[in-house]
Design a protein. Structure first.
Length: 488
């Protein structure tokens, strides 16, 4: 969705040609992933960070285009809303002995550069899952949406000719009911998406391991508890994002079209190719743009990648044309923030658990029906470290409900062992792993810190003022570059 697309009013012929190319490219991918480039055994790591732009009052600042113009950096791309920006970081190849340190160094460098441009416009950049000072007016299309063709086309394709409204209904400590027009609500959810390159012949095992692990690392990474002054889920992005682009016909009793935002529909099967086939089989194209400019280079699989990018599972298989072709998992559930070092610790935990579960994933996927894995994901998003998950019994048949903290405690050593597969410098792992352990021991997450600070101010202030003061503290702590575990 970051491509500069040549858009127009699409015709039935466009959809027909696009669908033909999708199926042709599926077969090309199926054959291509058998090649040696797709089965390299070293890992590589990439990341994208979506951030908020806020003014000196802590409210959204609509200056993303101005920053892009000033920076002229290809690593920066706009987001749907004018007060959001995406930072894309250079992939790091693990064969050089380091993964996390180079990524973290570039994150700080690019963050500082963008912050410098933002300050000239009276703004700051803030990595946070959902900005607590948002107001309903910030979610209306109007002047809030970035004026790019692809976002207008996406809105038109999602909402349809009848301009369907979105409907939000989320219950936590409070209940939020909201409706309106457009796709700016989707843009209010900002994330830290990590990409892990993996060999194609073992991809489904790694992908299933990521699915099993996601509730565990999501609970310890939660950072989105407040929406429009309402205390909702520990990771409210999960519910808000799904509902914000859900324009399906819920009144049709005969057919329930799959949501474009989901945890998935079953454990991955034999081939990675099947995950791409599922996207084509279940979802109609939204943007049938034909790659007429580069038809000679079929290795880019332009149409397949474009279609796949308009479906938003919380873990997504991704094809990359670079380095003669490769596959990677995109971990999409992690929120932005609280700090850069916290996000790096979240990445270490997510990758460690995924690699640690890989060799035993057949055992878990056979004993834990996928619907329970999906249940675990939403319970972790809702209740964070207070969740109870369904998990296979140890040494016997059946499943039981267990506190998520007990499960995390049991599998932290598995994650630590899994990180050894990376064959990277132990020092960079040890430093970030210490943050993981400290946050778990103190049961500290960004979401808990936000709620505690909000409740502190709420004793003497209005909801709006409490959100504002909490954000000021958050921004100051984040700029100091320490972990949330040490925030005052």
């Amino acid at each position: 969705m970051g491509r500069q697309l040549k858009l127009k009013d699409f015709t039935p012929k466009d959809y027909e040609e696009f669908s033909i190319r999708l199926h042709t490219q599926l077969q090309e991918l199926r054959e291509g992933i058998k090649g040696s480039s797709f089965n390299k055994r070293h890992f590589s790591l990439g990341a994208e960070l979506e951030v908020y732009l806020v003014d000196d009052e802590g409210r959204p600042a609509n200056v993303n285009e101005e920053i892009l113009e000033a920076a002229r950096d290809p690593r920066l791309t706009p987001e749907i809303n004018r007060y959001n920006l995406e930072l894309n970081f250079t992939p790091v190849d693990g064969c050089h002995g380091a993964l996390f340190n180079p990524l973290e160094k570039e994150m700080y460098s690019l963050f500082d550069t963008v912050q410098g441009h933002a300050r000239k416009l009276g703004a700051d950049i803030v990595p946070i899952g959902i900005l607590p000072t948002l107001e309903k007016g910030h979610l209306e299309e109007g002047s809030m949406m970035t004026d790019r063709d692809r976002y207008h086309a996406l809105r038109k394709s999602l909402c349809g000719p009848e301009d369907k409204p979105y409907k939000i209904n989320i219950t936590g400590l409070d209940t939020l009911t909201l409706s309106g027009k457009g796709v700016c609500v989707e843009g209010a959810n900002t994330s830290f998406q990590i990409h892990l390159r993996l060999p194609a012949d073992e991809f489904t095992d790694y992908f299933n391991a990521a699915q099993l692990a996601t509730p565990l690392f999501l609970a310890l990474s939660a950072n989105s508890p407040l929406v429009l002054g309402h205390r909702l889920w520990q990771e409210s992005r999960i519910a808000l994002f799904k509902q914000s682009v859900d324009f399906r016909d819920h009144e049709n009793p005969e057919w329930k079209q799959p949501s474009r935002v989901s945890f998935g529909y079953g454990w991955a099967r034999k081939e990675a190719w099947e995950l791409f086939m599922e996207s084509v089989a279940l979802y109609p194209p939204l943007l049938p743009v034909i790659n007429d400019l580069d038809e000679s280079d079929s290795t880019t699989l332009f149409e397949l990648c474009l279609h796949h990018g308009t479906i938003w599972p919380w873990n997504r298989a991704v094809y990359g044309a670079g380095d003669e072709g490769h596959l990677r998992i995109e971990f999409r559930s992690l929120p932005a923030g609280p700090s850069i070092v916290d996000m790096m610790a979240n990445a270490v935990l997510a990758i460690g658990l995924t690699l640690g579960f890989k060799d035993t994933i057949d055992y878990y996927s056979a004993r834990l029906p996928f619907r329970f894995a999906e249940y675990n994901f939403y319970r972790a998003a809702q209740r964070g470290l207070g969740a109870r998950l369904i998990w296979p019994k140890v040494g016997q048949g059946g499943v039981l409900e267990r506190p998520i903290t007990d499960i995390i405690q049991e599998f932290l050593p598995v994650a630590r062992e899994g990180l050894k597969r990376l064959e990277t410098c132990p020092d960079e792992i040890d430093r970030l792993w210490k943050i993981v352990e400290q946050r778990f021991e103190k049961r500290t997450t960004g979401a808990k810190w936000q709620l505690d600070r909000f409740e502190h101010y709420r004793k003497n202030c209005s909801v709006e003022e409490s959100c504002h003061r909490m954000l000021v503290d958050y921004r100051n702590n984040m700029m100091a570059r320490g972990s949330v575990v040490d925030w005052c």
